[in-house]
Write a protein that binds this ligand. Structure first.
Ligand code: PLP
Length: 399
């Protein structure tokens, strides 16, 4: 009997990056492809203490099934932190009832896709946008419309043209802080313009903010959720980049009506996120210096960003441009038009260095002359050597 998959899965091509990136796993390859935080930033000693204390103080609670919305104390701690940070910027007070804990923000994106999207609905995204979100939403077979985006964010006039002329737009998905893949941070004016348009057309906005805490310099710019009188923003936060991605702990903030739907799908998906890690995280937030820890991470990542940018200046040909991110984990490289970064990756792997080719981040336009570099994982000397190899490959490459 032939194996038959669902029509959705038959229709989806899926990312073909897997086999390509598998080649980068060889030990001799310096990989800037993954989005991995530096392992030395994981507060292992503190998290171990929390794990022991949770089992001693509330072991049975931690091991029992828990509410699909998440462990109340963690939701309270997240609400308190967001209110402390964004309340003074104008955000309406967030209550724990408007926070749901998810197993990583990737699960939050999957849930959002299932809550909002039918086949052929439209999702507006930055051009380029986060591949993981595209993959998660894709399971519902929407159409992606890339909104023209520059170094300050989506261009409001272009967004308005699209909103005026496009039917079935279900939501706008954006990463305003140190975006994945480009590293750009939206200006205040662009954020205000986006929110004015969202309010005018009454379109929900998914504000994915995994990198906002990883700010190396400059003032914090108001999040979209602080400019949202109509409560159209669904805010996504995660502990993956501030504590450890292996915790698989994240959260969504949404209005009551949307939250009821998120909770329904979350319960159907996995009943709840593990009660153990939720309690450990709450214990960590309440008893350790989370803000100090984040500052230390930022200092380490800023040094690595600097090492990468300096090496790029030294080793890359002049016709190659790249962003200078003030936070996050990535920078974005633009090759001269006509060069296919995916094809070039084979030449780079032969020179023992790797990146993620950019075309997958453009689901509609499939632009080929870009790639993403991660600067958080490798130390400064490895970064210098890897960029040197990449520079050699760039100079010698013939398409
Ligand atoms: C923009 C963005 N959103 C969501 C995620 C998923 O993160 P997690 O599921 O670990 O919270 C990532 C991970 O790299 C990301 O870059």
């Amino acid at each position: 009997m032939a194996i038959r998959f669902s029509s959705t899965l038959e229709a989806i091509k899926g990312s073909d990056l897997g086999p390509l990136l598998a080649l980068t796993a060889k030990p001799e390859v310096i990989s800037f492809a993954g989005g991995l935080p530096a392992p030395q930033t994981f507060p292992l000693k503190e998290l171990t203490e929390c794990a022991v204390k949770v089992r001693e103080q509330d072991g049975a609670g931690a091991m029992q099934y828990g509410p699909s919305m998440g462990f109340m104390q963690l939701r309270q701690d997240i609400a308190d932190r967001m209110n402390r940070m964004y309340g003074p910027m104008g955000m309406d007070k967030v209550e724990p009832k408007n926070i749901i804990i998810t197993t990583g923000s990737q699960q939050g994106l999957d849930i959002l896709g299932r809550v909002f999207l039918d086949k052929d609905d439209v999702v507006l995204i930055e051009s380029p946008s986060y591949l993981g979100a595209i993959n998660a939403f894709e399971l519902n077979q929407p159409k992606f419309v890339e909104v023209p985006t520059d170094g300050e964010g989506m261009i409001p006039e272009e967004l308005e043209k699209i909103l005026e002329t496009t039917e079935r737009v279900k939501f706008i998905y954006v990463i305003p802080n140190y975006q994945n893949p480009t590293g750009i941070c939206w200006s205040l004016e662009r954020r205000q313009a986006l929110m004015a348009l969202a309010a005018k057309y009454e379109i929900p906005v998914v504000e994915d903010n995994p990198y906002g805490d990883l700010r190396f310099e400059g003032e914090e710019i108001n999040p979209l959720i602080s400019m949202d009188p109509k409560h159209l923003v669904i805010y996504s936060g995660t502990f993956s980049k501030t504590l450890a991605p292996g915790m698989r702990l994240a959260w969504l903030v949404a209005n009551d009506k949307i939250m009821a739907k998120l909770d329904l799908v979350k319960g159907a998906t996995d009943l709840s996120t593990p009660g153990t890690t939720q309690r450990e995280c709450a214990m960590y937030m309440e008893n350790y210096d989370f803000e100090g820890h984040i500052k230390e991470n930022c200092a380490l990542y800023a040094k690595r960003r600097d090492a990468m940018c300096e090496a790029i200046k030294k080793y890359f040909p002049e016709n190659v441009k790249c962003t200078y991110p003030h936070g996050g984990l990535f920078l974005w490289v633009e090759l001269p038009e006509g060069i296919d970064a995916r094809k070039m990756l084979m030449a780079c792997i032969e020179n023992n260095v790797a990146y993620v080719p950019g075309d997958s981040f453009f689901p509609a336009s499939k632009k080929k002359n870009y790639f993403r570099l991660n600067f958080s994982y490798n130390d400064e000397s490895v970064i210098e050597e890897g960029i040197k190899r990449l520079g050699e490959a760039l100079k010698n490459y013939k398409d």
